[in-house]
Design a protein around this ligand. Structure first.
Ligand code: GAR
Length: 218
């Protein structure tokens, strides 16, 4: 730990919230110098909201009024976020697309995790697509969010070997287990000042990060 104030996080989820829980545990156990102040979901039924509450975290719903009303949604989101004043907004299985305006107003302050080795398989059904393509290596990517969907600079990737017997379920379970390691790690780098956003790009340990850091998992 650095002795500095913890990095304040707001986490946006749409579902189970296993990444949110992994990050919250890393904070609570002092493995990273960060604090989850707020969890928001656009789905009141998201299981991760209850998981967050069980961890003592303020967890709320921001209702999704429909794609045509995205501006209204983002105003409500902004109001909920403003009250918590987070340093970083962490998208963890948040399945809505944020507008260019929302993202650009927070450049370098929004992270996302995506279940593929970006730039491969932006969008949905990444595990199925990796199996269909008979990829031998698959994985997950933590990246800064830009206006381009799943297109922001990648910071850290986990690489997982695809097994011949893999199904979408077994592969996604193995990839998700690695997500729970790499996402807290990146947040820890930010909290320790090792990772920064400057001049419109990520920097790690004082050097521009031109390619992601890659970690191999079995
Ligand atoms: C995670 O596997 C994450 O990579 C994926 O959703 C899952 C959420 O799980 N995100 C995306 O597909 C974003 N495009 P969780 O709710 O248990 O963290």
């Amino acid at each position: 730990m650095t002795g500095t104030d913890p990095l304040r996080l707001a986490i946006l989820i749409s579902g189970r919230g296993s990444n949110m829980s992994a990050i919250a545990r890393a904070c609570a156990e002092g493995r990273i110098n960060a604090r989850v102040d707020l969890v928001l979901s656009e789905r009141a039924s998201a299981a991760g909201l209850d998981a967050a509450r069980a961890l003592g975290i303020d967890a709320r719903t921001v209702a999704w009024p429909g794609a045509a009303e995205r501006e209204q949604f983002e105003r409500s989101l902004d109001a909920a976020l403003a009250a918590a004043c987070p340093d970083i907004i962490v998208l963890a299985g948040f399945m809505r697309i944020l507008s260019q305006q929302f993202v650009e107003a927070r450049a370098g302050r929004i992270l996302n995790i995506h279940p593929s080795l970006l730039p491969r398989y932006r969008g949905l059904h990444t595990h199925r697509r990796a199996l269909e393509a008979r990829d031998r290596i698959h994985g997950a990517s933590v990246h800064f969010v830009t206006a381009e969907l799943d297109g922001g600079p990648v910071i850290l990737q986990s690489r997982v070997a695809v097994r011949t017997a893999d199904t979408e379920d077994t592969l996604s379970a193995r990839v998700q287990a690695t997500e729970h390691i790499i996402y807290p790690r990146v947040i820890g780098w930010l909290a320790d000042g090792r990772l920064a956003w400057r001049e419109g790009r990520p920097w790690l340990d004082g050097k521009a990060l031109d390619a992601p850091v890659v970690e191999d998992f079995p």
